[in-house]
Design a protein around this ligand. Sequence first.
Ligand code: SAM
Length: 339
Amino acid sequence: MLVIRVSITKFISDDQPGFVECKFTDVWGKEHIVQDKVPIVTEKYLDADSEYPQEGSIACQIIKEWNDANGLRIFTVTIAKPWSVDTIDGETEFDLRKEQLSELDRITETSTAESPNVRTNFPMNSDIISYYNKRAKEYDKIYAKPERQADLLAAEQILQRIFADKNVLEIACGTGYWTQKISYKAKNILATDINESVIEIAKSKDYPINNVRFLTSDIFELTPAHKQQALFGGFIWSHIKLEELETFIDKVNSLVEDQGPIVFMDNRFADDNNLPIVETDSFGNTYQDRTLEDGTTHRVIKNFPTETFIMNKLSGKAINLKLTPLQYYWILEYMPVKD
Ligand SMILES: C[S@@+](CC[C@H](N)C(=O)[O-])C[C@H]1O[C@@H](n2cnc3c(N)ncnc32)[C@H](O)[C@@H]1O
């Protein structure tokens, strides 16, 4: 991932995650100021007590390369992509020298259990990623809830039927609960997740026919090289911001050969079995406060889409949609429409 090297000059707010101010100067000598969440500009944990200034980076994309009158190579870049960042003046495009840009290998740099803030190519997910990183060791307890066992068994059978004898790309595989279930029937699975900590747990499970490979990767960094016949995403749809959902759907649609299938499974909202919604943002995303065993509480995006919403979102992007409602979950199966 290409980034602009910036100087993080100060901490500006204690929101979750905190905000910092960063500066960089373009080739014309103009200083630009960006104020954004800590995980957008560094993998480090920063707060008001951290030392400033320190190095940071902001993801960018090159718009064009050209030579100025002195033959100096200039790179015109945008920070509107891939993360929709802008300066406090609303600017997104800058002329920079090569030395101001670097390639950052985000996946290997961010996937440690020690880093409380991890960066993602998908900024709205940065707190989600950190949360699941911390939750890794206690995650599987969610599958022990007695009242959900009948649904879990029904889901297992549905998924095993759909993926029987198929090569499957699993996104956001987490600790591998569904990876393992699906592996009993699938031909092969390429199981991926952005968090190394959950992948390690998934790897430790038993796969009797040795048909699972693992890859630590952001969904958005998967490429056509990772394409498989079919795709599964368990409990990731609900964590995708509504304003990013179309990009997400286009991405997953590009990751299957021919017509898939693509399958998502997620939670239905049940008053007596879900944490309450504590916040709804201006896009309509809903949030829950979740407490981990170490006592830390995390405000986590968790959307509960209706069937109509899902059908509308996939309109023009999918055919043969089938939504199976269980008591606690829904399972969506569809064939992507390719451009
Ligand atoms: C609710 S857990 C689901 C885990 C697993 N699919 C399951 O059903 O048990 C969500 C998972 O999404 C992963 N995740 C979140 N954002 C991601 C991204 N941008 N790319 C890849 N994985 C991501 C998290 O690390 C976490 O393991």
